[in-house]
Design a protein around this ligand. Structure first.
Ligand code: PLP
Length: 503
């Protein structure tokens, strides 16, 4: 039996329909311990809603690739899917089928060799990070199986990547005990050099990971050259080193804007690809995808076969129960936008990025280090040697509400401080122009500061007393303390290298 607790009528707060007229807004919040009593649902909503107002506005967060706007119709579907457990495949066969449709759509978008009636191999994940863990595990297992069969040691696996990889690759390496061999970056080259990468490949290399859309600069790595060099090395050595493409951000850019660019399953050594549905897949945070080229590229011993009411359900994710909203939202975008819609969105993003880049160049203060081809973002450094300027501009822009990360580059390029503005679907020309005018204002402030040096400040503590008789003033003020205050310069680093992941 359900017991309903009826509040006492003499409780004035309960009788009042207006949260702000109730005692709830005056009582301290239970923060770290469960409160003793219940409170009304509208009070609970209002209190939490109000406190969250102090978070930055996601739409002004130019640090992140992750989607911050979707159509209201899709918001509705998201609410409808939130109480369906994605792991209950047998209970929610339509959701499972929708996931399979998404896997197949993406696999074909990436030119996987799947015949007309065939099913692609892949799975929906929480994001690219989980997708990369799964792809990495598959490579590790395949390599181990091969080494075992050949009677060779299999305890020192490594992956070759550029030093520009996202933090999740470091996580994979540490969690799953694989050495990460990083190709260092150098001045003017902010992505993995394929020649150097292939030189680093040895018999223990489980795969080379190339990035389509470097997190730091948005640049695409040259996967085709990597593929060709590695084919030659494999032939020479008799090894079978494959390629994974981390297309977290670029996977939904390249097929629409650069269909001729060969970076995907058209290249024979590319065995798996990950992409973030919640970046340019245009879905809110919480969805990513990993696609394998063929069934053989996903070792059978990583797949669990669950027997649900007599039906065989294969499962191979690291996460288990979660809501179905993101998967449904991804399918909504595919259905709603189609190829044409995605292409239009990406073209608009590129156009906004161009407006931004040109505006930043016009200030004469910056060197742009992102390329014209790549993910729609602008990465730039201050001309000259003062790296503190990037961090100071970043904090000046926060005063206008914009979040623009400043970070130092990875090993060998630590002397470079980079600012990065990511363009998402919901950042159109009017916002871009307003942003540029704020950058110009912020630069003026930095210049004023530089002219006068740090402004000396004095803190004066005064005590107010009653006005002296006949003085005509309202109060007397007596100085009780004078202190000089050292001007502090705060440089906020939102991300430095990959130990503080920008995503
Ligand atoms: C964002 C990103 C990731 C991590 O993706 P999530 O979807 O946030 O887990 C991995 N690699 C690259 C290149 C990225 O840009």
């Amino acid at each position: 039996m359900v017991l309903t607790h009826v509040q006492e009528l003499d409780d004035a707060a309960a009788a009042s329909a207006v949260v702000f007229a109730s005692r709830y807004v005056q009582e301290p919040l239970p923060r770290f311990e469960l409160g003793k009593k219940s409170i009304s649902k509208d009070a609970a909503y209002q209190i939490i809603h109000d406190e969250l107002l102090l978070d930055s506005s996601p739409r002004l967060n130019l640090a992140s690739f992750v989607t911050t706007w979707m159509e209201p119709e899709c918001d509705r579907l998201i609410l409808e899917g939130i109480n369906k457990n994605y792991a209950d495949m047998d209970e929610y066969p339509v959701t499972t089928e929708i996931q399979n449709r998404c896997v197949n759509i993406i696999a074909r978008l990436f030119n996987a060799p799947v015949g007309a009636g065939e099913k692609a191999v892949g799975v929906g994940t929480v994001g690219s990070s989980e997708a990369i863990m799964l792809a990495g595990l598959a490579f590790k297992r395949r390599w181990q199986n091969r080494r075992k069969a050949a009677g060779k040691p299999y305890d020192k696996p490594n992956i070759v990547t550029g030093a520009n990889v996202q933090v999740c690759w470091e996580k994979f390496a540490r969690y799953f005990e694989v050495e990460l061999k990083e190709v260092k970056l150098r001045e003017g080259c902010y992505v993995m050099d394929p020649d150097e990468a292939v030189q680093m490949v040895d018999e223990n290399t489980i795969c080379v990971a190339a990035i389509l859309g470097s997190t730091l600069t948005g640049e695409f790595e040259d996967v085709k050259r990597l593929n060709n060099l590695l084919l030659a090395k494999n032939k020479r050595t008799g090894w079978d080193t494959p390629i994974h493409v981390d297309a977290a951000s670029g996977g939904f850019i390249a097929p629409f804007l650069y269909p001729e660019l060969e970076w995907d399953f058209r290249l024979p050594l590319v065995k798996s690809i990950n992409v973030s549905g919640h970046k340019y897949g245009l879905v809110y945070a919480g969805v990513g995808w990993v696609i394998w080229r063929n069934k053989e590229d996903l070792p059978e011993d990583l797949i669990f076969h669950i027997n649900y009411l007599g039906a065989d359900q294969p499962t191979f994710t690291l996460n288990f129960s979660k809501g179905s909203s993101q998967i449904i939202a991804q399918y909504y975008q595919f259905l709603r936008l189609g190829f044409e819609g995605y292409r239009n969105v990406m073209e608009n993003c590129m156009e906004s990025a161009r407006t931004l880049r040109e505006g930043l160049e016009r200030t004469g203060r910056f060197t742009i280090i992102s390329k014209d081809q790549g993910v729609p973002l602008v990465a730039f450094t201050f001309k000259g040697k003062d790296t503190s300027l990037a961090f100071r501009l970043s904090s000046e822009l926060r005063r206008f509400g914009w979040i623009v990360p400043a970070y130092t580059m990875p090993a060998n390029l630590e002397h470079m401080a980079v600012l990065r503005v990511v363009v998402r679907e919901d950042f159109g020309r009017p916002l871009a122009e307003r942003f540029l005018s704020h950058v110009r204002m912020a630069l003026e402030e930095l210049d004023d500061e530089a002219k006068g040096g740090p402004v000396p400040r004095m803190r004066v503590t005064i005590e107010l007393g009653p006005a002296a008789k006949g003085s005509g003033e309202e109060a007397t003020a007596r100085v009780v303390k004078r202190e000089s205050v050292v001007a502090v310069q705060r440089s906020v680093s939102l991300a430095g290298g990959k130990t503080k992941g920008v995503c």
